[in-house]
Design a protein around this ligand. Structure first.
Ligand code: NFS
Length: 670
């Protein structure tokens, strides 16, 4: 019988620990107790199980007697591990890209004036994006442009010949490399189908070739489906810029109607944000005894409304059940992805309404109110009204953990460019210069999920703190961003507390936190754009693979994370995954994805469970890239004497001496 770890070993989030205790007292299961009761299948965990036909499933576990087991058809350990990995990547690509397709369809509906409540929020971005898609803008209305952009994007899904248009946004050198190795994605849907086909029984049975195909599929996600999801979300809901908001379960309110949005899409949640501010509904809530309507989110739907509308977040993936356990949630409304089925049963133990909305997602026991962008406002009102009606039904004690923290989300790549020089002179020059001079040792993207197989948030927190200490500027998305926001790393003050001297100077000069929240998981494409801009800005080589940077998913669990990892590797980045290796059963596959891919595309993907080793490899990689660019070796003592540090020293001096230091002579008193 598996033993359960103490709450503090399951999470470093005190709010979650409090709710785990509450669940134990009430006798309810959580993801943590279920993880303890259901250890991972050791055969599947290593990628050793082949289930793709009914001659099996075959378990390819090497033994002394049979060190090289094969499947009934003769499939080797490498073939099986590669096939499983490729299918994961295809599923992740499908999920992200289908999200993008839905946004393209919403944009089309808006252009045809058929989407109730939606508008083109960022017409400037629409025009920029139109340029990528080859859509003419001169003398045309936003609607006309939006229609052609949406149709062009939808064409990229079904394209049978040629290449997806998004791939052209990579640095020139990368575009040529993809061409040379036949890695430029064709249609987005086509690449997913290609991977599913070639991994069917009796098709591609060469690990290297299978994984090569999966790289192209992943690139269709990164430069295709996910990238257009980000672009179209910005066009429809606004391009993010920094705002101050709050995170963790303490954002729930005892005396208000609490609605939690969960999943990934901004489409319905943006409308719920809007209607929850309608005076009529607020009055209705008051009539039911509440003081108002409190909207917050979990997971990536949360990130979508957090960075655009400043809506507070109840936390990341492993906070989802905890929100319901407070007993304070009237309605949890979900769209797609990362929604645990356990929510349905748990909601039933409280008064919480659990509402599914996507035509693709029904969960047994939930209330299904199907979303349709043509009637979005009406549907949003129906959901909010339902939540208000549910407020008087609260049963038992409400227990909201009193933990929350400020954060500053909203660092779109447009804003990052803007913050380095303003509207007219914005560029990536200062960032490149900071890396070139060694003020910044390098850059890191720390992204991805929570996974109850490791202590919640611990690896995110430890790895990022180490990077900051080592003058590595960190960008985060998804649940990783929400993790560190909970511990105060996503505010300006964090630079003073955690950053090394060079990074602190950069943060002070621009006025930014040392960890930049760049959005939801589809917004990892914003990181691709930043890397592409850094590569073309000059001074850091000519391609993404030249940049002293790394990508890390320390607590990954979803197939989408694997797709993201693969598209970063295929774009030239060194990507490290924590937790465990899903291809551990084949050394050959691990080698192909690391050494093999590095030779082919300059990027690689490695699975390294130990967070300390992740940091060690990351810094070694960053230093090696610096050396290859002939940049000065990183020296932690070189910088840090300017900016606020200097001011703090000066403030300790008597006035006359301080003025002499500042102005060359004491300033005469009037
Ligand atoms: Ni990304 Fe976002 Fe979170 Fe993981 Fe799930 S919410 S899309 S997959 S768990 S980071």
């Amino acid at each position: 019988m598996a033993r359960e770890a103490a709450p503090e070993l399951k999470t470093i989030d005190p709010a979650v620990a409090e709710m785990i205790k509450r669940a134990e007292e009430l006798g309810y299961s959580t993801v943590f107790s279920r993880a303890a009761k259901t250890p991972p299948c050791p055969i599947g965990a290593d990628g050793a199980c082949c289930q793709i036909c009914d001659m099996g499933p075959c378990r390819l576990v090497p033994t002394k007697a049979n060190p090289e087991p094969v499947g009934v058809c003769g499939a080797t350990r490498s073939t099986v591990a590669a096939r499983n990995m490729a299918r994961h990547i295809a599923a992740g690509t499908a999920a992200h890209s289908d999200h993008g397709r839905d946004l393209a369809l919403t944009l089309l509906a808006v252009s045809e004036d058929e989407a109730q409540g939606y508008e083109i929020k960022d017409p400037d971005k629409l025009r920029v994006v139109a340029g990528y898609w080859g859509v003419k803008t001169e003398g045309r209305t936003n609607r006309e442009i939006a229609r052609d952009v949406a149709l062009a994007a939808l064409d990229d899904f079904g394209r049978q010949r040629g290449e997806i248009k998004g791939a052209k946004r990579a640095p020139q050198k990368r575009i040529e490399l993809w061409k040379q190795f036949d890695l430029t994605p064709r249609g987005i849907d086509r690449e997913v189908v290609d991977t599913l086909h070639r991994t069917h029984m009796g098709d591609d049975q060469d690990a290297e070739h299978i994984l090569h195909g999966s790289l192209r599929t992943a690139l269709a996600d990164g430069w295709g489906g996910s990238m257009l999801a980000t672009d179209f979300s910005d066009i429809l809901f606004g391009t993010p810029s920094p705002a101050v908001t709050k995170v963790n379960l303490g954002v729930l309110k005892d005396d208000e109607v609490n609605i939690v949005v969960h999943g990934h899409e901004p489409t319905l949640s943006a409308m719920i944000v809007r209607v929850s501010m309608e005076p009529e509904l607020i009055e209705y809530a008051k009539a039911k005894g509440a003081t108002g309507i409190n909207l917050c989110g979990v997971c990536c739907t949360s990130n979508e409304v957090l960075m655009r509308q400043g809506i507070a977040s109840a936390g990341n993936d492993l906070n989802q059940e905890m929100a319901i356990l407070t007993g304070a949630v009237e309605t949890m409304v979900v769209d797609v992805q990362c929604i645990m089925q356990a929510l349905s049963d748990l909601a039933g133990k409280f008064h919480t309404q659990f509402v599914t909305t996507s035509p693709k997602v029904k969960i047994t026991g939930s209330t299904h109110i199907e979303f349709d962008e043509h009637h979005a406002l009406d549907i949003a009102r129906q959901i909010v009204r339902g939540a208000i009606d549910n407020y008087p039904n609260r049963k038992g004690q409400v227990q909201i953990p009193n933990y929350l923290h400020d954060l500053v989300p909203g660092f779109s790549h447009e804003y990052i460019r803007y913050m380095q020089g303003g509207a007219l002179r914005g560029s990536f020059r200062p960032l490149n210069d900071a890396v070139m001079s060694g003020r910044l040792r390098g850059v890191a993207g720390v992204v991805g999920c929570n996974n109850p197989r490791v202590t919640q948030d611990q690896a995110h927190y430890e790895i990022v703190k180490e990077f900051l200490k080592n003058d590595v500027l960190v960008v985060q998305t998804g649940c990783g961003a929400l993790a560190n926001a909970k511990y105060g790393l996503l505010v300006g003050e964090a630079a003073l507390e955690y950053a090394g001297p060079g990074l602190r100077e950069v943060c002070e000069a621009i006025g930014i936190p040392p960890v930049l929240h760049m959005g939801s998981c589809v917004d990892n494409t914003r990181i691709l754009t930043v890397l592409a801009e850094m590569a073309t800005e000059g001074g850091l080589g000519e391609d993404i693979s030249d940049i002293p940077g790394v990508g890390i998913a320390p607590e990954w669990m979803s197939e989408k994370a694997l797709a993201i990892g693969a598209y970063f590797a295929g774009s030239g980045a060194y990507v490290l995954f924590g937790v465990n290796s899903p291809v551990a059963n084949s050394e050959e596959v691990e080698k192909i994805m690391s050494e093999g891919w590095e030779k082919l595309v300059g990027g690689k993907m490695e699975f390294v469970p130990d967070p300390k080793e992740i940091v060690r490899r990351s810094l070694a990689h960053i230093d090696a890239k610096r050396a290859a660019l002939k940049l000065p070796a990183y020296d932690p003592n070189k910088y840090g004497k300017s900016g606020d540090a200097k001011m703090n020293e000066l403030l300790k001096l008597p006035l006359a001496q301080r003025q002499a230091a500042l102005y060359g002579a004491p300033v005469a008193a009037e």
